[in-house]
Design a protein around this ligand. Structure first.
Ligand SMILES: *Cc1c(COP(=O)(O)O)cnc(C)c1O
Length: 525
């Protein structure tokens, strides 16, 4: 075993109270100069990157980047933040995918607003943990205010509550956990009443009968959650969509009836307010009517569409106020850095399904003592103060300013749709309600569907490899499509037009190389 001298942050340590050795790296009253200088250096690097970045991506491959990262000896620290930042340039900053760039059009990643980045810097420096009051104090109350603010925007009523989570996946998981346990509780109560016995039927007997109804365009985290909750992937019944990719309510009504006749219990209907691929919003009022009639929990997954809560298109979410639970991802349409999400519930008492008491942390008596411990409502324990980012955003910019940014990208998608719809080189699937466009390059007649798929896949990959723009891909009815997710208000219609030209060039080039052999094979029979 060898001993190595601890690196001293020599260039940063100064003054009579300067800490030395490993302690010089701890953030405290003795190291504020080090803190100030380190962070300022880091900010300068990012600022330089923002000024110099001409493309959203360099097109680097994992094979080329991996050796750079493997070559670094993690047991040989550099000691000096400046040296580590220099190194970071080649292992991360140089080839990162930049969402602020107007030609990043791929996934649901947003450029971030400065007030939220400021919040991020503060929350990690103070490092509050929002599980208990005694680890966060004001952070707890700020989070609660933002939960109330969000439930008010949704219209969930006076008994509503919720919790910040790490993302839509976790919000959906928790929503379905609450729905599962409510369904079991109600079924147990009903069976006890019917049989006149006090001893309720066990949860393990009920669980195999539980079903979740979600549209075929719902997010995959619904099925993942069902599996994690012990229900099995088959417990999720996909409900067909109409041609606009919105849940078919006639089909939903039929499934609800069929489940009842088969003795199955629908524990939740999941409506998606902004599907990940199409941005389509399920018909919330009709779905809420059906859920009310069937006595079923309604979960609205508004991970993507939540930006409408602050937009001039708020009416697109009409009906969301009738949900039992709602998922929102501020890190998608509120322009917040990852992670920032929340689960909201109509009835705060349902959160008790995740309440467990630990003597060391949140003893049961703290409830009587009215100590606000957020861990009582969360599936996490130690938890980031992500709420601070939204707080700073609302305090500096305000909700309307966020709504304007989201409305901008929705407007742009509408213009982009017209552009695509008039362009004979492409076909576009649906007219967008939010900010995604799903389309594909259409080769001349006679080209096989398989080659058409390859042409579109190639166009996407070649574009990413060039770094000129990044677009997404998806599959519709078994065929490969391209996708723009617009979340950057700076993306102009001419950016969209330019990216379409690039895609058409890559597609056309590939076709020229491959279509001739295919057609000659076809002629040769
Ligand atoms: C993105 C998304 C999710 C998952 O959210 P994460 O924050 O990525 O975990 C869930 N539902 C929908 C509709 C989404 O678009």
């Amino acid at each position: 075993m060898s001993f190595r001298a601890h690196p001293t942050a020599s260039s940063y340590a100064s003054g009579p109270h300067a800490a030395t050795g490993s302690r010089s790296h701890l953030l405290n009253d003795e190291t504020v100069e080090h803190y100030r200088k380190s962070l300022t250096d880091g900010i300068e690097r990012v600022a330089a990157k923002l000024t110099q970045t001409e493309r959203p991506f360099t097109g680097i491959t994992p094979d080329r980047l991996a050796p750079e990262i493997s070559a670094i000896d993690l047991d040989e620290p550099l000691g000096d933040p400046g040296a580590a930042l220099d190194e970071l340039e080649t292992v991360y900053l140089r080839d990162a995918v930049y969402f602020h760039h107007p030609r990043y059009l791929a996934h649901l990643n947003c450029p971030v607003v400065i007030p939220a980045v400021l919040g991020e810097a503060i929350l990690s420096a103070v490092n509050s943990s929002l599980d208990t009051w005694d680890q966060s104090a004001g952070g707890t109350l700020i989070e609660r205010r933002l939960i109330d603010w969000t439930t008010e925007r949704i219209g969930l009523g006076a008994d509503a509550d919720g919790i910040f989570t790490s993302g839509g996946t976790q919000s959906n998981l928790q929503a379905l956990l609450l729905a599962r346990d409510e369904a079991c509780r109600l079924e147990q109560a009903e069976q006890s009443e019917r049989s006149g016995f006090d001893a309720p039927v066990s949860k393990t007997e009920i669980i195999p009968r539980l079903r979740i109804l979600a549209s075929e365009c719902s997010h995959f985290s619904i099925t993942k959650s069902a599996t994690l909750l012990g229900l099995g992937a088959d417990s999720v019944i996909p409900v067909p969509c109409d041609r606009n990719k919105r849940m078919h309510t006639v089909a939903l009504a039929r499934e609800l009836d069929r489940c009842r006749q088969d003795g199955l219990l629908v524990m939740a209907v999941v409506a998606t307010a902004g599907t990940t691929d199409f941005g389509s919003i399920d018909p919330l009022p009709e779905i809420a009517d059906l859920c009310e009639r069937a006595g079923t929990w309604l979960h609205v997954d508004a991970a993507y569409g939540c930006g409408l809560l602050v937009s001039r298109r708020r009416e697109l979410l009409d009906g969301i106020e009738r949900a039992d639970s709602v998922t929102v991802d501020y890190h998608k349409s509120f322009f917040q850095p990852v992670s920032s999400s929340a689960l909201l519930v109509r009835d705060r008492s349902t959160l008790r399904h995740v309440t467990y008491y630990a003597d060391y942390l949140n003893p049961a008596r703290s409830v009587a003592e009215r100590i606000p411990n957020q861990v009582d409502k969360s599936i996490q324990t130690t938890r980031r103060f992500d709420a601070l980012k939204l707080w700073m955003t609302l305090r500096i910019m305000g909700a309307d300013a966020i709504g304007e940014l989201f409305d901008d990208v929705v407007d742009r998608a509408a213009d982009g749709w017209k552009l695509l719809n008039d362009d004979p080189r492409f076909e576009v699937v649906t007219e967008p309600q939010l900010s995604t466009l799903v389309f594909r390059y259409v080769p001349p007649a006679g080209v096989s569907p398989a080659l058409t798929d390859r042409v579109n896949r190639h166009a996407r990959q070649a574009l990413a490899a060039s770094g000129e723009a990044v677009v997404a891909g998806t599959v519709v009815d078994g065929r490969h499509y391209l996708k723009f997710t617009l979340l950057n208000p700076r993306t102009s219609l001419s950016d969209i037009a330019a990216v379409l030209d690039l895609l058409a060039d890559h597609a056309g080039g590939y076709l020229a190389e491959h279509a001739v052999p295919e057609i000659s094979r076809y002629l040769a029979g």
